[in-house]
Design a protein around this ligand. Sequence first.
Ligand code: NAD
Length: 256
Amino acid sequence: MYTIDLTGKTALIAGVANHRSLAWAVAKELARSGVRLMVSYQSDRFRDGVQKLTHEIPETVLVEMDVASDESMDRAFGQIQEQVGRIDYLVHAVAFAKKEDLEGAFYDTSRDGYHLALDISAYSLLAMTHRALPMMGEGASIVSLSYIAAQRAVPNYNVMGTAKAALEHATRQLAHELGPRGIRVNCVSAGPVSTLSARGITGFTSMLGYHSEKAPLRRNITPHEVGMAALFLLSPLASGITGETLYVDAGYHITI
Ligand code: NAD
């Protein structure tokens, strides 16, 4: 079993909906390494579930944050400033698109659906970074979660592929801007995992089967593997890595 001691560090993790969430897998790895957690959830609807998940992790701060609302984000970061005052690690694991925009023809995407998906799934990384920066110092780092549809055409993934391409570009642009301050920005491109959001993609089950057949490791990845990769990228073990998209997909991306 690997160990890394990050005692004294703090992390804000956005995107925990339930025990299947990739954000939760990252949170568990960080907590195991001694990091103090601040976990944000989207709305009331998720509060009790997230509270139950985190109740065994001492000193966890729960924050309500809807990334579609500037007011909600200002309130959330105000609360963090007051209660903790410092963010060493920022984890962005938030995405949303309308169900009808995750099936059928990409060219049928409405203007509204396009804006919504890009706003929640990509712009939110900038909006979070902007508010987190006053609490981040040298050695801090940021990780977000992408998918290979940022680079390839994937049936039904449609506008979410555009959003992931924007997210990966934002990773590079932010890495360029924040590097001189000693802050690193990276992205994990995960293979498919059955979560609440993933199940909203039409044909997701066949996607799982296709990935496991084609991937060099001949299997799908586990949330734990995403958690470990995010921990690595956030930690000083990755001190020379920034602006990178790291594939955690059992090697699927190298296949034709
Ligand atoms: P999930 O449903 O558990 O997490 C998505 C989260 O986004 C939820 O917690 C949801 O509440 C949050 N969210 C949506 N709209 C929001 C808003 N307006 N404000 C705040 N939060 C909001 O699913 P997941 O698969 O764990 O997704 C986490 C990240 O991983 C996403 O960026 C997703 O695209 C990415 N990802 C997932 C897979 C996969 O197959 N599951 C693969 C690659 C990348």
